[in-house]
Design a binder for this molecule. Structure first.
Ligand code: HXC
Length: 520
């Protein structure tokens, strides 16, 4: 064998060892927990044969606590680039088989290198987390590594899409990298995120709670809103990340991929002409409207189990990606509250940063009243959604379906917040408040003046009828140009598509500033 051939043999052998991470025993242990290894995850995520690995031979530099005797090529993370559906992405997958995926300084350097390349080359960055947190033996170096990743997450925000998959533990300050990225996906039963684990919670606040109940996928996808997706298992999680990518662009200078459809742009849906119940207090399902108007009825929902009174997600309309924000009359009557506002605002800002037009479907009776909401700062949180819609410069199309009252009318992408085209169904009621509330305020004195309940009711009914005649329709707003047209519900798909096509070249400069100061 020539020297060159021997060298090549050594390389092949060393690669094979590096690919085993922490060794077969630890790989088996990972499988026994129902988890895949970092490399198995990347194999599922990336197009076959597309993975270009970086830093396979990087080793940690720690000399404390016997670490100088423990080296694994590549350390606890696999990084590189590859393609998904032919589109370039950069990846980092933490390898739990090497020191529990705990973050060393060299691991952070590998992750930062991949993230820097992603940013420079305008491609999404996907990090699959599975780590015991800061590598304890490295002390401050590990914390420095986290800080450097966070800083890059911040600088890349709004430049390239960043996606975090939580496929195992993610605790302590480590949770802040996912929190800084655009989308976080958790896997049910095998992943968790919390700042302090159950033991610390017990000793500090005396609360006994399991890992799952403190920071499992269910908690973060239903209660906290930290996770945008809760996957059934790792395969489902990877598939969800890939699907998400199909709706979003490579970077903030590009548009999302065009997805050809056989669904005719001019398709009408007669059932929408019958969807609004006669009783204004009766709910209907906003999902029916969404599925009816988008291409092939396909809606990719985000945060579907959190703040269900607002629905957000991506769809295609005549092949173009859109971000849909819709009130859900079936939940809390479609009112806006703290969580709905936070959920909507972050989504609107993502769409605006990445050139994805916004379509708003409005049926909102107002903000949810009460001390719980006021003490929780519904004012500041509601302002987030208001701000997000108001600052967005992507094409913005709004359809007012039924109720659109008070501040929530303005917030939900109204003309006054620079919505480009606003349509109303004939059932729309654009007013300061609903008829009952208005009559109670305006005619309180008249109703107090009589002791006779029948007379009271007669006054109420008459004034309510007058109010409804005047305000419970879209025409007052249409007369003033606050809505651009009153449309038949069956034509909604076609009208939105035509509006978006007319807005494809939209340019809307913003006043010069260092950055905004949105109400956080
Ligand atoms: C070094 C670690 C480690 C860590 C785990 N390991 N966490 N090594 N630093 N932080 C090692 C273990 O020693 C073990 O090594 C291997 O990884 C697998 O760990 P196990 O405990 O055997 O696995 P498991 O039973 O599945 O438990 C996983 C775990 C547990 C729940 C994550 O390991 C754990 O509690 N680790 C410590 C978590 C933690 O407190 N981290 C610091 C958080 S503070 P061998 O050689 O036996 O395979 C923090 C601050 C970040 O992260 C701040 C950023 C700003």
């Amino acid at each position: 064998m020539s020297i060159q051939q021997e060298n090549i043999k050594k390389l092949v052998e060393r690669r094979a060892v590096a690919k085993l991470g922490g060794g077969q025993k630890r790989i088996d242990a990972q499988h026994e927990k129902g988890k895949l290894t970092a490399r198995e995850r990347l194999a599922l995520l990336l197009d076959e044969g597309s993975f270009e690995e970086f830093d396979m031979f990087v080793r940690h530099r720690c000399t404390n606590f016997g670490m100088e005797k423990q080296h694994f090529d590549g350390d606890g993370v696999v990084t590189g680039c590859g393609t998904i559906g032919g589109r370039l992405v950069y990846v980092a997958a933490q390898d739990f088989t090497v020191s529990g995926g705990s973050l060393s300084k060299t691991m952070s350097e590998k992750i930062c290198k991949a993230l820097d390349l992603a940013t420079r080359n305008g491609a999404p960055f996907i990090c699959l987390n599975d780590s015991g947190g800061a590598r304890i033996q490295e002390g401050i170096d590990s914390l420095a590594g986290y800080g450097e990743i966070f800083e890059r997450n911040i600088l890349a925000s709004g430049v390239i899409p960043q996606i975090s998959g939580i496929f195992g533990p993610c605790a302590g300050g480590a949770v802040y990298s996912p929190a800084l990225t655009d989308f976080t996906l958790m896997v049910k039963n095998t992943s968790y995120m919390f700042l302090t684990g159950p033991a610390v919670v017990k000793s500090v606040v005396g609360e006994v709670v399991s890992q799952e109940d403190l920071g499992g996928a269910r908690v973060h996808s239903t209660k906290s809103g930290v996770a945008h997706f809760a996957a059934e298992n790792e395969e489902d999680g990877i598939a969800t990340i890939k699907e998400l990518l199909s709706y979003i662009p490579q970077n903030n200078m590009e548009e999302a991929p065009y997805v050809p459809t056989n669904d005719p742009a001019g398709r009408v849906d007669d059932s929408l002409n019958e969807i609004i119940p006669d009783n204004p207090n009766q709910a209907y399902d906003m999902y029916r409207v969404i599925h009816s108007i988008v291409d092939d009825g396909k809606f990719f929902e985000i945060q579907k189990d959190f703040a269900k009174n607002i629905i957000i997600g991506f769809a295609h309309m005549n092949g173009r990606s859109v971000g849909i924000v819709a009130n859900q009359p079936k939940m809390l009557a479609g009112t806006l509250d703290i969580n709905a506002s936070r959920k909507g605002a972050r989504f609107v800002r993502f769409c605006d940063a990445f050139n994805i037009p916004l379509v708003s479907l409005v049926d909102v009776p107002g903000f949810l009243p009460g001390t719980q909401q006021e003490y929780g700062a519904v004012i500041t949180n509601g302002a987030k959604l208001l701000y997000a819609f108001g600052e967005a410069t992507v094409p913005k199309v709004t359809v007012e379906l039924r109720k659109s009252y008070g501040g929530s009318y303005i917030v939900m992408n109204s003309k006054h917040l620079r919505a480009d085209l606003v349509y109303a169904w004939p059932s729309a009621q654009i007013a300061v408040m609903g008829a009952d509330g208005a009559v109670n305020v305006l005619y309180a004195k008249e109703m107090k003046a009589t002791e006779d309940p029948a007379e009271k009711e007669a006054i109420r009914a008459q004034k309510k009828a007058e109010y409804e005649e005047l305000f419970s329709n879209p025409y007052q707003a249409a007369e003033k140009g606050y809505i651009d047209d009153v449309i038949e519900p069956r034509n909604t798909r076609f009208r939105i598509i035509r509006a978006l096509e007319s807005l494809a070249g939209k340019k809307q400069p913003m006043p010069a500033k260092k950055h905004d100061n949105l109400p956080l």
